[in-house]
Write a protein that binds this ligand. Structure first.
Ligand code: CUV
Ligand code: SF4
Length: 642
C-alpha cells in the first residue's frame, strides 16, 4: 500500500489497533484503503471544495472563476450555487435519517399486526409517552391499540400535508415561537425534502439566504421529525437503553469464535441477528465446526444501536470497516444502509470474509444479497449466521492480524437515564444537572458527534476535543463514530474522570458513577441531545431557550450528508456548532458569513470552523463562558485552566 503522502498530523490514525492493521497489510499490492485512495485523489477539485461547481442542468456543468466566468450559463452566482449545493446535502442527509425512521415505524406495525412477529413492544412506558406527545388517546390502555395509533400518527408525519410536525412541540416554547415567526417550523418530513429539491432545481430559488432558510427548515424536519421518530420508536420496540458495560476496538474479534460483523445503521435486522447468534442450535452448529462460540460485533451506528441495548462489542468506527476485514479474522460482514464503503466488495476478495447485503435499498455488484423483510427477519438472520459459521474453517490463521486493543466502556445513556443518574432514581429530575451548571461545578455541556474522514488523523480530533473539554469541566455527550472513538480511547470509563476531568466534573462523576463522556447512541440518537437540551430548559434556571444554555455541539471529523443535516438542526435549534472543515461553500463569502455570523440573529445558533481540536475546544469553552455570563452565572468553580 503506498504511503500516505498528505498526513497533516503525521499519522493516519490515533488508534493503535488501526495502525497495526494498516501496517500489517502495507506490502499487499492488491489492497487499498480509504487513506491511500484519499491520497490518490489529491489534489482534490477546488471548485468542488469551494462549492462553486454546478451540475444541476444540462447547460452546465458550470464553475465560477472570478474575473472569467462570474456566473453560470443561467446567471447563477457563486452565492446561489454554493447555497443550492449545500441545502441539497441537507436534503440527502435528512432523507437518509428519515427513511430510516419510516422503516422503524413499519417494523412497529409488523410487531403489532404481523402473524407470529419477530418483534414486540419492549418499552410500554415510552410508547405511552410518545402517545401523549402525539396527542393519541390512551383509550382503554390496550397496548396493541395504542401502538397502532402511535404507528399511524408517526407514519403520517412523513407525508404530512397540513399543520406542522408534532414533535417540534417538545422544544421550549420560545424556540417554537421563534421557528413559527421565522417560517422555520417544518411541515411534513417528505415535504421539506421535496421542497428543498424543487427550490434548487434550475431557475427556482436564487436568494442564498432564502435557500439556506429552507435548508434550516429541512434539517429541523430531520432532527425533530424523522430522526426523533426513529429514536423513539426504536426505544419502544427494542427498549430504551440503560447504562451497561461493553468492549470496543478490533481486539473484540476472537481467535476461537466465529466472528460476525454487523455494519450500517438500522437496528431492525441486527436486533434479531443478535438473537439468532444466541440460538442454541446455531451455537451447537458452530461448536461442531470447531468454534467455541459465535461472536457478534458491530461497526458504525448499527454497532451503537446493539451496544446500547445489549452490550454487544463494537469492532470499530467508520474508518475501521475495511480494517476489520483486513484482520483476516472476520467470517462474515452483514451490511444494511449508510456509510458502507463500496470498496468492501473488493476488500473481501483478498480475505475469506463473506460480505452480505440485506437492505432492499442497497445492493453491491457481485455481492451476495439476502434481503431482509420484517415478516421473515429471524429466519433471514439465522441463514446469515449459518453462512458465517460455515466460513469459519476457511480462516487462514497464518495470515491473521490480531490487534490486542479492546477498551472497556460504559454506554447506554439516554435523555431518560441522564435523568435517573443525575437526579437520583427516587425522583427523576434534571435539577442536579442544572444546579451543577448554575453553581459552576460544571462549566457546561457539549455534544461531540459525527463521522471519521481520512482528510484528518482518524479519531484524533474527536478524542483530543473531548479530553480538552472534560479537563475544563464540560460534560461531553457523544454519538456515532465520535462515541466509538472516545470509547476506544478509554474516555467512557467512570474512573477516567479522576485522571482527566476537571475537579467539578470529577466530583459529579464520582458521586453518580458516570464517565465524563456519555455515550448517547447512534446518529439518529442525536435527537436524544435535542430532548436533553429541552429538558434542561424546562427544568429552569438556565434561561428560556436552548440558545441561552451554556452548551455547544461539534462534529470534528465530519464527512457525510447526514452530518450536514445534523449540524443544521443543531444550529436551527439554537446551538453553537463547531466543525473542523467548513462546508463546501467557501467559494461564496456571503454564504460563509451567513453561516458563521448572520444566522445567529435568525436562530440563535451559528457555525464555527476550526481544524485544530485544542483550538476548537477553546472556542467552545469561550462560547460557553459567554452564555454563562449572559445568564448571570458565576464562572466555573474549579476548572484547572480557567
Ligand atoms: Ni450516521 S457518524 S460515519 S456511522 S454518519 Fe456514518 Fe453513524 Fe458518520 Fe459514523
Ligand atoms: Fe450552470 Fe445554471 Fe445549469 Fe447550474 S443551473 S449547471 S449554474 S446553467
Amino acid at each position: 500500500m503506498p504511503e500516505n503522502k498528505k498526513e497533516k498530523s503525521g499519522k493516519k490514525s490515533a488508534d493503535p489497533a488501526s495502525l497495526e492493521v494498516l501496517d500489517a497489510v502495507k506490502d499487499n499490492e492488491d489492497l487499498d484503503s480509504a487513506w491511500n485512495r484519499y491520497d490518490d485523489m489529491q489534489p482534490q477539485c477546488e471548485f468542488g471544495q469551494d462549492g462553486i461547481c454546478c451540475r444541476i442542468c444540462n447547460m452546465g456543468p458550470c464553475r465560477i472563476i472570478p474575473g472569467k466566468s462570474n456566473s453560470g450559463v443561467c446567471g447563477a452566482t457563486a452565492d446561489t450555487i454554493a447555497a443550492r449545493n449545500l441545502v441539497r446535502m441537507i436534503a440527502a442527509g435528512a432523507a437518509a435519517h428519515s427513511d430510516h425512521g419510516r422503516d422503524v415505524v413499519h417494523t412497529l406495525i409488523e410487531a403489532i399486526e404481523g402473524e407470529d412477529p419477530d418483534y414486540e413492544v419492549k418499552d410500554y412506558k415510552k410508547l405511552k409517552k410518545l402517545a401523549r406527545d402525539f396527542g393519541v388517546d390512551e383509550g382503554n390502555g390496550k397496548k396493541d391499540q395504542l401502538a397502532t395509533n402511535v404507528a399511524d400518527k408517526s407514519l403520517a408525519e412523513f407525508g404530512r400535508q397540513k399543520g406542522v410536525l408534532t414533535l417540534t412541540e417538545r422544544a421550549p416554547d420560545e424556540r417554537y415561537e421563534l421557528w413559527e415567526e421565522e417560517g422555520l417550523l417544518p411541515r411534513g418530513v417528505d415535504r421539506e425534502i421535496v421542497e428543498t429539491m424543487h427550490r434548487t432545481h434550475m431557475g427556482v430559488d436564487t436568494d442564498y439566504r432564502h435557500i439556506l432558510k429552507q435548508g434550516l427548515r429541512c434539517a429541523l424536519s430531520d432532527g425533530w421529525g424523522g430522526t426523533m421518530i426513529a429514536t423513539d420508536v426504536q426505544d419502544v420496540l427494542f427498549g430504551t437503553p440503560e447504562p451497561l458495560q461493553a468492549r470496543v476496538n478490533l481486539g473484540v474479534l476472537e481467535e476461537d469464535s466465529v466472528n460476525l460483523i454487523v455494519h450500517g445503521h438500522e437496528p431492525a435486522l441486527s436486533e434479531v441477528f443478535v438473537e439468532a447468534a444466541r440460538d442454541p442450535d446455531l451455537i451447537e452448529f458452530a461448536n461442531d465446526r470447531g468454534a467455541e462460540n459465535i461472536n457478534v460485533a458491530g461497526i458504525c451506528c448499527t454497532a451503537n444501536e446493539i451496544l446500547m441495548r445489549h452490550g454487544i462489542p463494537v469492532a470499530g468506527n467508520f474508518l475501521q470497516q475495511e480494517l476489520a476485514i483486513m484482520t483476516g479474522m472476520v467470517e462474515l460482514m452483514m451490511v444494511d444502509v449508510q456509510c458502507i464503503m463500496p470498496a468492501l466488495s473488493k476488500t473481501v476478495k483478498n480475505f475469506h470474509t463473506d460480505l452480505v447485503t440485506t437492505s432492499p435499498k442497497a445492493k453491491f455488484p457481485g455481492v451476495e444479497h439476502k434481503e431482509f423483510s420484517e415478516e421473515s427477519a429471524l429466519k433471514t438472520a439465522k441463514d446469515i449466521v449459518k453462512k458465517g459459521i460455515e466460513n469459519f474453517e476457511n480462516r487462514d490463521r497464518e495470515e491473521q492480524t490480531r490487534p490486542e486493543q479492546k477498551e472497556v466502556l460504559v454506554g447506554g445513556f439516554s435523555s431518560e437515564s441522564v435523568f435517573d443518574f443525575l437526579g437520583g432514581t427516587y425522583r427523576s429530575t434534571y435539577r442536579p444537572l442544572n444546579d451543577a451548571i448554575i453553581d459552576g461545578r460544571l462549566l457546561g455541556a457539549a455534544g461531540v458527534v459525527g463521522c471519521n474522514n481520512p482528510d484528518t488523523c482518524h479519531d484524533y480530533n474527536h478524542t483530543e476535543l473531548a479530553k480538552e473539554l472534560i479537563k475544563n469541566d464540560v460534560l461531553v455527550v457523544s454519538t456515532g463514530c465520535s462515541a466509538i472513538a472516545d470509547g476506544k480511547a478509554g474516555l467512557m470509563k467512570p474512573e477516567v474522570a479522576f485522571e482527566m476531568a476537571g475537579e467539578g466534573l470529577e466530583e459529579i462523576c464520582r458521586a453518580v458513577g458516570i464517565p465524563p463522556v456519555l455515550h448517547l447512541g447512534s446518529c439518529v440518537d442525536n435527537s436524544r441531545i435535542l430532548t436533553l437540551l429541552s429538558n434542561m430548559v424546562a427544568e429552569g434556571g438556565l434561561g428560556n431557550d436552548i440558545s441561552e444554555l451554556p452548551v455547544a455541539g461539534a462534529a470534528p471529523e465530519w464527512m457525510s450528508e447526514k452530518a450536514v443535516s445534523i449540524g443544521f438542526y443543531f444550529v436551527a435549534s439554537g446551538v453553537y456548532t463547531l466543525l473542523n472543515k467548513p462546508f463546501p461553500v467557501t467559494g461564496s463569502e456571503n454564504v460563509m458569513d451567513f453561516l458563521t455570523e448572520d444566522i445567529e440573529d435568525l436562530v440563535g445558533g451559528k457555525f464555527a470552523f476550526e481544524e485544530d481540536p485544542k483550538k476548537a475546544a477553546g472556542l467552545i469553552i469561550d462560547h460557553i463562558k459567554v452564555k454563562r455570563e449572559e445568564l448571570g452565572l458565576k464562572q466555573a468553580m474549579y476548572a484547572k485552566n480557567g
